[in-house]
Design a protein around this ligand. Sequence first.
Ligand SMILES: Nc1nc2c(ncn2[C@@H]2O[C@H](COP(=O)(O)OP(=O)(O)OP(=O)(O)O)[C@@H](O)[C@H]2O)c(=O)[nH]1
Length: 247
Amino acid sequence: MGNLSKTKEILKNKMDIVPFNDKENICIVGPVNLPIKQGEFQTTFQWYTWLNIDKQYATKELILDAIVNLDLASKQQSSVLIYGDFENRDDAIIRMHSICHTGDIFGSQRCDCGYQLHESMKMIADHGCGAIFYLANHEGRGIGLFSKSLAYLLQEEGFDTVEANHALGFEDDTRNYEEAITVLEALRSKPVTLITNNPKKLKALKEHGLLAHDHIPLWGGVTDTNRHYLETKVKKSGHIPEQQLIV
Ligand SMILES: Nc1nc2c(ncn2[C@@H]2O[C@H](COP(=O)(O)OP(=O)(O)OP(=O)(O)O)[C@@H](O)[C@H]2O)c(=O)[nH]1
């Protein structure tokens, strides 16, 4: 303990650097053993997190030296929970979950995000092999938390979720899945089955040749306060209704 070069050797064994774009690499760290308990549901996932980092930090050593000065707490990172033999098993199921501060953390009933997060974690553990990507730069379908609160204020005046985004000058959905797909490709090369109702997510994976034929729909957690939001997903955002099961 306390020997700096030994500490770095331990950490470097759990780090992987993969190219992302012209300016950045992605540094993936893990697996970290993560026992979790949510009510009756209790299991252990293998947790990986990742950092988009300027290519000037080209080695693990340079990254480890830089982290104290990079103000990482103000740039929230994404992560992924893995269950089972994710690299090798043929039939892995995954969810690409967009962060929802209000739904996932506070249990907001304005949306179905908290339900989808917890339900998909259970589905993956029950299935025996899969991953849940928790995407930190997707808040409010890509508009950010502050803007989402403005959108909610407009919704209280009668706008639906899509109209509120447009009224603020945003697209309905500005999310991008390239970063998560790069990490997925580092963890596994075989196709996956996606837990989603969202055809844009299916399209993103399909373009990378990573999509198994079927998808797994995830409707539920409907309340009086999120029913209109869920209906708007189908009517305006193109989400696949409950009864239509094949891509
Ligand atoms: N702008 C905006 N974002 C919202 C609202 N309600 C939830 N969100 C965000 O929407 C994201 C979840 O997206 P959804 O479209 O509900 O679901 P999805 O991820 O596209 O599709 P599924 O995989 O089927 O769940 C999260 O980032 C939430 O923060 C809202 O009223 N306005």
